[in-house]
Write a protein that binds this ligand. Structure first.
Ligand SMILES: *Cc1c(COP(=O)(O)O)cnc(C)c1O
Length: 393
């Protein structure tokens, strides 16, 4: 049985006619920059996230970049973030001329650890840390209540890298469920095709509840112009394409259903792995939601943090050999990410290498399995059986 890591074709099939018609309408409209489709998507995403403003941009990377630019991040500044993320999280910091400073991750959630963050902020006596970027990795919110408290205590704004986590929810101590990306000054989403809400190319969005900040974002994505041809600031061309917007509006209507299917698949994997001896004999771990801030402690693990499972990531022994084994059995899998950000060659000589044992351990032991909504239980059984066979071999 051949099982890909992601099957975009099976998601496209039932929507194909609607998508082709919508794209054709954009082509025929001759409105190729901004326009009603981009505006419509911005309004729908703002509503979905329960925020007042949304700004469509060219990618998740550019969402992060314009957010940092709007905060005025530049040379001499540092930005506190996690080392266990996609490159863009760090790339945008360096492109602003600032430097990253890394806090280690929580071993269970893989997200940035507020205790490690607090130590770094406390040691920052010169106050060079001008922003914090928590990443909601794999579709699960970082511990935002603690992170927001740190931001407030040290007076540092928070930009959420929610590229993998649109629609994920986080329970605050009042028991309210808050959508990812809506807690900091800005939340950044990616519509890269492999994300839970993916376009037919690149796209991104920044959401905010701060209308003056949003005004800056909308200027910066269009060369800092306001009005046209008058530039009080230097921005770039970071606009969202209306063809992407029209496709994303169609897909947004199905997003909750897809999240639920991914969560069901995750629960099926959890059960299947718990029925093997791998967890006790081979130190295999399945994903956990660890933030228990809600008053009701009887909620089950995954309900503590509404995880949207952009990735289902397990931790295993002998990871690289397992990866080869699965691929040789036609099972798609991937490592997110084999190298931490602080280990990247491009950073050599730029910052002193920090000690981040949990992040480094994650980079050596994790593997992502197929979790897309259309995955069947039969396929999941085959994947788990193939993993069991590897360790029995
Ligand atoms: C995908 C991703 C990005 C970048 O998004 P693009 O749309 O590919 O530019 C940034 N951060 C994280 C954590 C991501 O997963």
């Amino acid at each position: 049985m051949k099982i890909p890591l992601l099957d975009l074709g099976s998601q496209l099939l039932p929507l194909r006619d609607e998508i082709i018609t919508a794209v054709t309408n954009v082509v025929d409209s001759t409105t190729y920059i901004q326009g009603p489709e981009v505006l419509g998507l911005e309004q729908e995403i703002a509503q979905y996230c329960n925020v007042s403003t949304a700004t469509g941009v060219s990618s998740g990377t550019d969402a992060l970049l314009v957010a940092l630019m709007a905060l005025g991040i530049g040379p001499g500044d540092r930005v506190l973030t996690t080392s266990y993320s996609f490159f863009a999280t760090m790339g945008v910091i360096l492109r602003c001329g600032a430097l990253p400073v890394f806090a280690d991750i929580n071993e269970e959630s893989f997200n940035i650890d507020p205790v490690a963050m607090a130590a770094i902020l406390e040691a920052d006596t010169e106050k060079t840390i001008k922003a914090i970027i928590p990443v909601h990795l794999y579709g699960q919110c970082a511990d935002m209540e603690a992170i927001m408290a740190l931001g407030e205590q040290y007076g540092v704004p928070i930009v959420e890298d929610a590229a993998q986590a649109i629609g994920a929810e986080y329970p605050n101590s009042a028991g309210e469920w808050i959508r990812s990306g809506t807690m900091g000054i800005a939340g950044c989403f990616s519509f890269f095709p492999s994300k839970n809400l993916g376009g037919i190319g690149d796209g991104g969005m920044v959401v905010s509840n701060d209308s003056s900040f949003d005004k800056l974002l909308k200027m910066l994505r269009n060369h800092g112009a306001n009005p046209k041809y008058y530039h009080a600031m230097i921005g770039g061309n970071f606009r969202l394409d209306p063809i992407q917007a029209t496709v994303l509006r169609i897909k947004l209507k199905h997003l909750e259903k897809w999240h639920k299917a991914r969560r069901t698949n995750a629960a099926v994997y959890d059960r299947m792995f718990s029925e093997t001896t791998l967890i006790t004999d081979k130190n295999l771990t399945t994903p956990v939601a660890v933030y228990k801030n809600v008053a009701d402690t009887n909620l089950s693990g995954t309900e503590h943090n509404y995880h949207i499972y952009n990735q289902y990531v397990i931790r295993v022994e002998n990871r690289d050999a397992l990866l080869k084994w699965l691929r040789s059995h036609d099972i798609g899998c991937e490592i997110y990410y084999p190298l931490c950000l602080h280990e990247q060659e491009c950073l050599e000589g730029i910052i002193e290498r920090p000690s981040l044992p949990h992040a480094e351990k994650a980079a050596r032991t994790t593997i992502a399995l197929p979790i897309y909504p259309e995955l069947t239980e039969e396929m999941q059984k085959h994947i788990v059986d193939t993993i069991v066979a590897f360790y029995q071999g």
